[in-house]
Write a protein that binds this ligand. Structure first.
Ligand SMILES: Nc1nc2ncc(COP(=O)(O)O)nc2c(=O)[nH]1
Ligand SMILES: Nc1nc2ncc(COP(=O)(O)O)nc2c(=O)[nH]1
Length: 530
């Protein structure tokens, strides 16, 4: 387990707001994720450096010299009192002295590479350097999607490159328009255990009808199967008695069928119903219903464990910690960290565990009364696809996104890394039926949303995976006149296909066998996946 280097309490954050710099990191030798985490940890430990932001994690085929392993890349934003040359010295010291990098040849394999991409002084001016040891901005940054893509998560869409005098966003768009496979990237969510990741690939497609270029997912949608061990889940599929053998038998049948259509399956174990106004299970009850089953799944040698990604649906920090110790990969928290103040700290301490950050207002008992989004209280500058947006058409989805961006910023400030986060707009959590449909329809806008939050913090949802959970919810039954949740699977399948058409990364369903077929059809139709 790599301890998170960023879980310094806010008060201890170093005052180093003099200059800022953007660094690119890369690794393609050894445990790439550990190398990167260790390098960032060593940077953070320097008293003249403070890591302000970390991008998503990317994987890409090697550029220039092809005959080597795929690289893991990303970018960070730091504030620093070091000069550019002192910063270069620190990067080299970390690469060679601390992490024992051996340089074979230019563009060759490396355990870690830290490059200065841009350096900006306290007046906000780009520092330009071109001497025999250092060139800033990095001379090859504008030809590298593995630098520009992560960088565009950290800078505003209007950020101009000091040499090209073009917005850096535009340079990236121009590379993508070439539609060259060499420039394609995978986005990764790390999972416990070396080389286990959730992976998503987007490519740029030309739309001949309106001559536009759009990015869309081409990797398979992940199926998250709900394993309700609560007796009172609204969908009535709770496995009443905690009969582990019965549950394992059900899970085996589920996996055998579902894995005929996909390479992996996420099992979301839930021991506490979050149906509106439902009575909340005690800690003990939730523990008894979930942890023994998680352990039994991980200890089973009849289940296809290498293809099973385990999630626990809990808003309790203590439960999350116990589930991580029992072998869970993802914490699925419907509360966005708002029900338990310790949740973010638990996630931050487990750098390889992923976390579903959901939008909600209020709590289980009052969220149904909190779905008034008419007042667009945005005093923030908001962007959609990099363009400023204030239109009333997008007011609702911008409000959801803005509130979720504030939860995201709080999670990051408590040490969670961007690459751990999956977003969920929370269908049915402080939303009525029409609003749930509006979220699904406007999902591409949320995925391409960014905002300048008050304390001049820029948050972008670019590349963050999205999970949607429409399955068997009341808004479906209202439309199809199905009072019984179990009768809503066919309609859920139709809705799941629309979610996939709108670029969702993961869908959470009750009937994983039947909805797994909707996922397969939709992936084949929208993502050209055989
Ligand atoms: N995908 C990918 N390919 C690469 N090829 C060469 C270099 C060498 O970069 P340098 O010029 O900064 O040493 N770095 C990468 C990399 O980080 N990712
Ligand atoms: N990430 C996520 N988790 C969830 N957990 C429970 C429910 C409530 O539905 P259930 O009781 O049928 O599980 N919905 C969600 C959801 O929409 N997203």
């Amino acid at each position: 387990n790599i301890s998170s280097p960023f879980n310094l309490p806010v008060l201890e954050r170093k005052i180093s707001k003099i200059n800022s710099a953007f660094l690119a990191f890369g690794s393609n030798v050894g445990d790439r994720f550990a190398n990167i985490n260790n390098a960032l940890s060593l940077l953070q430990q320097n008293e003249k450096v403070n890591i302000e932001k970390v991008s998503s994690l990317f994987e890409s085929e090697p550029m220039y010299f092809k005959d080597q392993s795929p690289f893991m890349n990303g970018c960070i934003e730091i504030t620093t009192q070091l000069t550019p040359h002192e910063l270069l010295e620190l990067c080299k010291k970390i690469e060679y002295d601390e992490l024992k990098r051996i340089k074979h040849f230019d563009n060759g394999p490396r355990s870690i590479d830290l490059d200065i991409v841009m350096y900006i002084n306290d007046k906000g001016e780009h520092i330009l350097i071109n001497d025999e040891t250092l060139v800033v901005p990095h001379p090859r940054m504008l030809e590298r999607t593995f630098v520009l893509e992560p960088l565009c998560e950290l800078i505003s869409p209007t950020h101009i490159h000091p040499i090209s005098a073009e917005p850096i966003f535009s340079s990236l768009q121009e590379i993508y328009k070439k539609q060259d496979p060499e420039n394609e990237l995978w986005v990764l969510n790390p999972l416990p255990g070396q080389s286990r990741f959730l992976k998503y690939k987007s490519v740029t497609k030309f739309n001949c009808f309106d001559n536009s270029y759009n990015r869309s997912l081409v990797s398979p949608t992940y199926l998250m199967a709900i394993i309700n061990t609560t007796p009172d889940s609204f969908s009535g599929d709770g496995m009443l008695d905690n009969d582990i053998d019965m549950q394992l038998k059900h899970i085996k049948e589920l996996c055998d069928k579902a894995l005929q259509l996909s390479d992996s399956i996420i099992l979301d174990i839930g021991g506490c119903s979050t149906r509106p106004n439902s009575a909340q299970a005690s800690n003990e009850e939730e523990f008894e219903r979930t942890i023994p089953l998680i352990k039994a799944i991980r200890e089973s040698n009849t289940l296809p464990n290498s293809k099973i990604i385990l999630s626990i649906d809990t808003y309790r920090a203590s439960m999350a910690q116990k589930a991580i110790e029992a072998g869970v990969d993802i914490i699925n928290d419907i509360s966005g960290g708002s029900f338990d103040k310790d949740m973010f700290k638990v996630i931050a301490k487990n750098a390889r565990v992923s976390y579903v950050l959901s939008h909600i207002r209020g709590d289980i008992s009052n969220m149904v009364t909190l779905n008034d989004y008419t007042e667009d209280k945005s005093e923030n500058e908001e962007f959609i696809y990099g363009e400023k947006s204030t239109s009333s058409e997008t007011s609702f989805i911008r409000t959801i996104s803005r509130e979720l961006a504030k939860s995201y910023e709080k999670a990051i400030s408590e040490g969670i890394k961007r690459w751990q986060i999956l977003l969920d707009p929370g269908l049915g959590f402080a939303k009525n039926g029409k609003q749930n449909l509006a979220i699904i329809k406007n999902l591409p806008i949320m995925k391409n949303y960014s905002v300048d939050l008050n304390d001049d913090t820029y948050v972008s949802f670019r590349n963050l995976p999205v999970l949607l959970g429409p399955s068997r919810k009341k808004f479906i039954g209202t439309i199809t006149k199905d009072d019984e949740p179990k009768d809503r699977d066919f309609a859920t399948g139709a809705l799941v296909a629309s979610c996939i058409g709108n670029d969702t990364n993961i869908v959470r369903v009750h009937n994983a066998i039947e909805c797994g077929k909707s996922v397969k059809i939709a992936d084949t139709l929208y993502r050209d996946i055989e």
